[in-house]
Structures are given as structure tokens and as C-alpha cells.
Ligand binder design. Structure first.
Ligand code: C2E
Ligand code: MG
Ligand code: MG
Ligand code: MG
Length: 287
């Protein structure tokens, strides 16, 4: 039905009809952009290590500038492409672009870890782990500098199949992160079985941490549980100094958010990391 596809195929109202036509046009145009590798780019949002105050890497996020409609956010086009089996070629483009970027940064003497978001469909593709390994080999990049972010929901779609791919990736030395942690429905026992390295706590939990004491307890518990299982913990969506301050008390390892930087084009990201290191400006120094 309409909800299963996410597209209002049998809607009769004018609004839904308009939404349908937009979705259809976006999908068609995204496919064209992907095939031509045009109008797509990655931006990089710094991830900061709380203990040292250093930026050790970034999350790569996909940006699409539509030729006539302008920038379209991933929150709009990613769910569409995931429903219409464009996730496989999209992730391939994202990984190829991110790994090429890592390789060129390494040539310039910059050692940075980059995380990329992958889709549920990738975990149901038996050739996925091998294809990621091939890209890393081709660019001469060690597997440990890339991290793949996957949501709990994407894993739970078919947990056994997903586990096969996750295990292969982890065995190859590729780091794995659970994204948007807390918003899905994975059980504690499952979290324990996953070969993951990093847990990223969703920003919906982080935002109210400074005003709601129950929220702070909840985060403290999530962090301690994840660390107990041996995972590194990242807090997403840190927007204010008050939130950052509270996060320190939870034992969280890394932070990411507008307080530090918005996602940046590659050159701006490099400039940002250099300013942080050279000047140790108070707004950048966190330790
Ligand atoms: P995500 O992976 O959880 O990425 C974090 C999102 O939060 C990004 O939105 C980022 O710009 C935003 N963000 C970062 N710091 C803050 C903050 O302090 N406050 C607020 N309000 N937001 C913050 P973006 O880039 O719009 O991406 C949205 C989602 O789209 C991502 O969520 C991810 O699920 C998906 N996405 C983005 N790029 C890709 C991609 O290359 N592949 C796939 N499969 N999904 C992607
Ligand atoms: Mg992510
Ligand atoms: Mg997230
Ligand atoms: Mg997300």
C-alpha cells in the first residue's frame, strides 16, 4: 500500500498528488545526477575527541544541488532512494568519493578518519563487504581509516543477513558505528552480538540534556552501557556549551554538532582542523 512504498500512489487529494509528483521527479533526477556523477558532493562534519580536544576525523554527508530546485536535503532524498533500490549505487558513489578524499588527505600528510552512512540494502547485499574492501585496496588506504554508520533499524530489517556483512566488514578491519542510537528498537542482547566499535547517540536525546535531569540520567546510562560493552561513544547534535558541559560528566568520548562546526566542503574542513591545531583558539580548544 501507500505506506509500504512511502509514496502516495493511490492518493486522490491535491496535496498528495503534488507530493507524489515531486517524489517522482526527484527520484528520476537523482538517478540522472548519480549516473553523471554531477551535482552531488560530500561535506564533512568534524568529530571531536573530548579528552584531547582534537578533531580526529569527520562524518561525510551527502549533498545534492538539483539543477532547477536547488539544494535538496538528504532527509528528503535518502528515504526516497532507499525505497526505490537506488541505495546500492548511491552508497557506492559515497564510499568511492570518501575513500578518494581520504587518500588525497593522506598524501598531503593528513591522517583523518572518515565515517560514511550506509543503507539497510547494503547489509542485505552479499557482495557489499568485498566491494568496500576493493575500493580501499584500489586507493591504497588502510581499512581502519573508514567507519561505516548504520542505524539499528537498518540492521533489524533482517538481522541475520546484516550480521553476516557486518562480521565480514569488521574482520577486514573496517570500523562500524551504530547511528541514531536510542531511536530504534534493538535489544541490549543484540547490541552485545554486533561487531561494532562506535555508538552514536541520537541528537534527539542530546538536545534536552541540560534542562531535563531524567534525560541526563538516561544518557549517562546509555554511555556507561555502551562503554561497558567496549564501544566508543559519540554524541550527535551538540549545539550549546551547556550541553557540552553536561556531556563531559557522562563519560562520552566524542562530540559532533553545530557548536563546533556545520558540515563543511573538504577544503574548508581541512582549514578548520588546521586553525584548531595551530592557534588553539579558545573556542576550538576543548580539553
Ligand atoms: P545522520 O547520519 O544522523 O547525520 C547527522 C545529521 O545531523 C546531518 O544532517 C547533520 O548535518 C545534522 N547535524 C549535525 N550537527 C547538528 C546539530 O548540532 N544540530 C542539528 N539540528 N543537526 C545537526 P544531514 O546532513 O541533513 O543528514 C540527514 C541524514 O541523512 C543523516 O543523518 C543520514 O541518516 C542521512 N544521510 C546523509 N548523508 C548520507 C549518505 O551519504 N548516505 C546515506 N545512506 N544517508 C545519508
Ligand atoms: Mg550518521
Ligand atoms: Mg545520526
Ligand atoms: Mg539519521
Amino acid at each position: 500500500d501507500a505506506r509500504a512504498t512511502g509514496l502516495p500512489f493511490h492518493s486522490h487529494s491535491a496535496t498528495s498528488d503534488k507530493a507524489f509528483r515531486r517524489s517522482f521527479a526527484l527520484l528520476r533526477d537523482f538517478e540522472v545526477a548519480l549516473a553523471a556523477s554531477s551535482d552531488l558532493r560530500l561535506v564533512y562534519q568534524p568529530r571531536i575527541d573530548l579528552a584531547s580536544g582534537q578533531c580526529l576525523g569527520a562524518e561525510a554527508l551527502l549533498r545534492w544541488t538539483h539543477p532547477t530546485l536547488g539544494p535538496i536535503g538528504p532527509s528528503e532524498f535518502i528515504p526516497l532512494i532507499e525505497r526505490m533500490s537506488l541505495a546500492t549505487p548511491t552508497t557506492a558513489w559515497v564510499i568511492e568519493t570518501a575513500v578518494a578524499q581520504i587518500a588525497s588527505w593522506r598524501e598531503a600528510g593528513l591522517d583523518l578518519t572518515v565515517s560514511v552512512n550506509i543503507s539497510s540494502a547494503n547489509l542485505h547485499d552479499s557482495g557489499f563487504a568485498d566491494s568496500v574492501k576493493a575500493v580501499l585496496r584500489r586507493h591504497g588506504v588502510p581499512p581502519t581509516v573508514i567507519e561505516l554508520e548504520v542505524t539499528e533499524t537498518a540492521i533489524m530489517n533482517d538481522a541475520e543477513l546484516a550480521l553476516t556483512q557486518l562480521n565480514q566488514l569488521a574482520e577486514a578491519g573496517i570500523r562500524l558505528a551504530i547511528d541514531d542510537f536510542g531511536t530504534g528498537y534493538s535489544s541490549l542482547s543484540y547490541l552485545q552480538r554486533l561487531p561494532i566499535h562506535v555508538v552514536k547517540i541520537d541528537r534527539s536525546f542530546i538536545a534536552r540534556i541540560d534542562t531535563d535531569p531524567r534525560q541526563l540520567s538516561l544518557i549517562t546510562m546509555m554511555v556507561s552501557m555502551a562503554k561497558h560493552l567496549g564501544h566508543r561513544v559519540v554524541a550527535e547534535g551538540v549545539e550549546t556549551p551547556a550541553v557540552l558541559d553536561r556531556l563531559r560528566s557522562t563519560g562520552c568520548d566524542e562530540v559532533q554538532g553545530y557548536l563546533f562546526s556545520h558540515p563543511l566542503p573538504p577544503q574548508d574542513f581541512v582549514a578548520w582542523t588546521k586553525v584548531g591545531r595551530r592557534d588553539e583558539a579558545p573556542d576550538r580548544r576543548l580539553a
